[in-house]
Design a protein around this ligand. Structure first.
Ligand code: NOJ
Length: 766
């Protein structure tokens, strides 16, 4: 709206609009408050529903793309006529206020709009990508990041974000793993709940809180071969034990909306999947918010081959429980006929519209439909930037650190070379899904290193490659020269942001372009080489891992990635991130994840033979006969939960409070953690369990708890976890969730590879 006017004129218009709207808001507020005081939420919902025509009900189920800079007449008219319940992708606050004004003042019933946007990991201030946030294993910082994002987004009139994305993914080829919280249902559940709490706050009606949307329901992360939108086949048992768990956690945390996935689940695309949305979500979990489709995914039911045409697609989606259609308008076109023909009962539509209205009331939209940005905290304020910096700091994972080459010492070195395409790339460090991210706010590692140590060290910088995919190695000689003249080299490698995210899957997840060649050339200088890798997914690093001394894996770390990385490189802080997803040695190992099943022929070091060591004269079956690859073994390059520190942590003395507990009892599991190093640092202590025998086979290890603790050098603490027998429950053969009596192993340690183990027994006292 204001974009084409000069700034001064725009400010005057903004003031006038806001003043006018506020006056209206005050009147609306007092009217709404009076109504509110006497009626419960459900009474308000049904009273409003009782006044609505069928067309107005269908209008509430329609979400429209409003991304055009100028508000077009078609949109004005549709909102005024009550044919739009929600818009998405409009972020000009004046435009949003104007659209709300039309909805509130010009439509017959004055129902305000839900204003949706993909605020995935920040609005203007960008936090690390969600996968990076998961590497913090810190629900508090994740919650705060979402809170900051909500407040900033709310200044634009946004009242609904399409986040958190909580699809479990065991396949790093999938571009959307960047948006996910990783491979583990326990970790993803804890962080999903934290994100929901951060976006939605204590009370959705508070200013600066926005509705969250748990997506994509469900199974999308299991796309075949990691190709986005591809088919998923997940047995119900696995679906419930793994993929649905974070959604359950989000619902329990009060999330008010869910988004149906694009993908085909076991032959029934999620958008038409009654089992998911009616049986599980409504009947079993008691969800009373609403479900939105993904972008045009209702009409895509016909493309999937589930239906013949739009009308049948609408029928399937409504019957399955998709309350609102995103960007397809087929509900608008088809629903009335389907109801007229008696195929869809109007009572079903009433219930679906009630789900939508309920959220609008909960958001307090009827009381305050308009936005005055001045009432909210300033964008990118000190707190927002500090939150982004802390999240980035805790998200970086130290994968390896040979001979303690890190941290670099500004006192001992005279010079350092910064080389690589991602050292000074303000846009790339923000990662995928940053529609509104402000690149101007980005502090790059190159700038941050200069400010941190530039006065003590000679810092030289060469980009060396245009981007991460470049094949032209013309600058490599110059890079080698700079490296030779420096005491240490920091290589900034990885993937540009466009290589991950929606529809950006890769079949080869090694460093793209000529980066491995750059590493090899720099290695030849004999200088200490540190690789800082910025990427949207786990990468296969096998071809470079032995050519660098240390690797800091920084994901796409967001606005404040630079200062966080600089602090870690030079030892102002110690790394404390832990991997939320397994790093394979090579793509052929995928899917590879820590909580796999044992198989009947589990591999072990003595059964594994490498392809180069096969004795051609020995009988063909004289080795192995276990579940491994001849050319990759069975272990990953870096396991789930892995992450080193500058401190030297040692775990010992694992204990359980009892060797036997009854069903319904709580066990305390503890271990000592000692910092044998000479720096204070944070460590993520992890608790794993194995249920040795089950009526369906159980994973070899399952995360059941984690705690982030800080430990001074020379100190030892005891870390304990409470484990209730309900925490051991799983969906068995009959699809009932239960804990079975029997023997359990339990581990505590700093990664899923921990061997510090004890055991206990659960007995059924009845
Ligand atoms: C499609 C994506 O799958 C979904 O995650 C996103 O929220 C919508 N588009 C809206 O942009």
């Amino acid at each position: 709206m204001t974009g084409r006017n000069g700034p001064a004129l725009s400010a005057v218009i903004t003031l006038a609009v806001v003043f006018g709207l506020l006056l209206n808001t005050a009147m609306n507020e007092s009217k709404a408050n009076q109504a509110h005081a006497t009626k419960t939420l459900e009474q308000r919902v049904s009273a409003l529903l009782g006044e609505m025509t069928l067309a107005e009900k269908i209008g509430q189920m329609n979400q429209v793309n409003a991304s055009d800079h100028e508000i077009n007449d078609h949109l004005r008219e549709a909102i005024g006529a009550g044919r739009v319940g929600s818009i998405l992708n409009q972020v000009d606050v004046d435009a949003v206020n104007e659209l709300q004004r039309i909805a509130v003042q010009e439509s017959r019933l004055g129902i305000p709009l839900l204003v949706g946007r993909d605020v995935i990991h920040g609005f203007k201030t960008v936090m690390p990508i969600p996968l990076g946030q998961a590497a913090t294993w810190n629900a508090d910082i994740v919650r705060e990041g979402a809170r900051v994002a909500a407040r900033e987004a709310a200044t634009a009139g946004i009242n609904w974000t399409f986040a958190p994305m909580i699809d479990i993914s065991r396949d790093a080829r999938w571009g959307r793993i960047a948006e996910s919280l990783g491979e583990d249902p326990y970790l993803a559940s804890a962080l999903a709940a934290a994100m929901v709490e951060g976006f939605q706050g204590e009370d959705l009606a508070d200013r600066g809180t926005i509705a969250a949307c748990a997506k994509h329901f469900a199974g999308y992360g299991a796309a075949e071969s990691g190709r986005d939108y591809a088919t998923t086949n997940i047995p119900e048992n696995e679906l419930r034990n793994v993929y649905l768990r974070p959604f359950r956690a989000a619902v329990d945390a009060g999330v008010v909306t869910l988004m149906a996935a694009f993908s085909d689940l076991n032959g029934v695309p999620a958008t038409g999947n009654e089992f998911l949305m009616r049986q599980v979500l409504r009947d079993e979990w008691g969800f009373d918010g609403f479900v939105v489709s993904d972008w045009d995914s209702v009409r895509q039911l016909a493309i999937h081959g589930l239906t013949e045409n739009d009308k049948e697609s609408v029928y399937q989606a409504v019957m399955a429980g998709v309350d609102m259609e995103m960007a397809g308008e087929s509900y608008l076109d088809q629903l009335e006929d389907l109801i007229g023909e008696g195929r869809i009962d109007v009572a079903m539509i009433d219930a679906m519209v009630a789900n939508i209205l309920r959220v609008k009331f909960q958001l307090g939209l009827f009381e305050h439909p308009y936005t005055n940005p001045a009432e909210l905290p300033a964008i990118a304020n000190e707190h927002a930037l500090q939150t982004a910096r802390q999240a980035a700091l805790e998200s970086v994972v130290l994968l390896k650190n040979d001979r303690g080459v890190l941290p670099l010492s500004a006192e001992k070195l005279n010079s350092v070379a910064i080389i690589g395409p991602l050292a000074d790339a303000p846009y790339e460090q923000l990662g995928t899904w940053i529609f509104d991210g402000d690149t101007e706010l980005s502090i790059t590692p190159m700038h941050a290193i200069h400010s941190l140590v530039g006065h003590e060290l000679d810092v030289r910088y060469l980009r060396a490659m245009e981007n991460s995919r470049s094949r032209a190695s013309v600058s490599f000689d110059e890079a080698v020269e700079i490296a030779r003249e420096s005491d240490a080299v920091i290589l900034f490698l990885g993937e540009e942001s466009i290589l991950s995210g929606e529809a950006h899957s890769r079949a080869d997840i090694s460093l793209p372009g000529d980066q491995a060649e750059l590493v090899r050339r720099i290695r030849e200088t004999g200088k200490p080489v540190v690789a800082v890798i910025l990427a949207g997914r786990p990468l296969t690093l096998t071809n470079i891992v032995n050519h660098v001394d240390a690797i800091l894996f920084a994901w796409h770390p967001g606005t404040m990635g630079g200062p966080a990385i600089a602090d870690l490189l030079f030892g102002v802080e110690s790394p404390s991130g832990k991997l939320p997803a397994t790093f394979p040695r090579m793509v052929g190992q995928i899917p590879i994840y820590y909580n796999q099943k044992n198989t009947g022929k589990p591999p072990s070091p003595d059964t594994v033979v490498h392809i180069d060591d096969i004795d051609a004269h020995a009988p063909q079956l004289s080795f192995g006969m276990t579940a491994f690859h001849l050319d990759a073994g069975y272990t990953p390059l870096y396991a789930f939960g892995h992450g080193l520190s500058y401190a030297d942590f040692e775990y010992r003395n694992i204990e359980v409070s009892a060797s036997e507990i009854g069903l319904g009892d709580t066990l305390i599991v503890s271990a000592e953690l000692m910092n044998k190093g000479d720096v204070a640092a944070e460590e993520v202590v992890q608790l794993y369990v194995r249920d040795l025998v089950g009526n369906v086979t159980r994973p070899v290890k399952e995360l059941k708890g984690f705690k982030r603790v800080r430990l001074e050098p020379g100190r030892t603490i005891t870390v304990d976890f409470q484990l209730h027998t309900d925490d051991l429950a799983f969906f068995g053969r009959n699809m009932q969730r239960m804990t079975e009596a029997g023997q359990f192993h339990v581990w505590i340690g700093g990664s899923s590879e921990t061997e510090l183990r004890t055991e206990f027994r659960v007995v059924d006292k009845d």
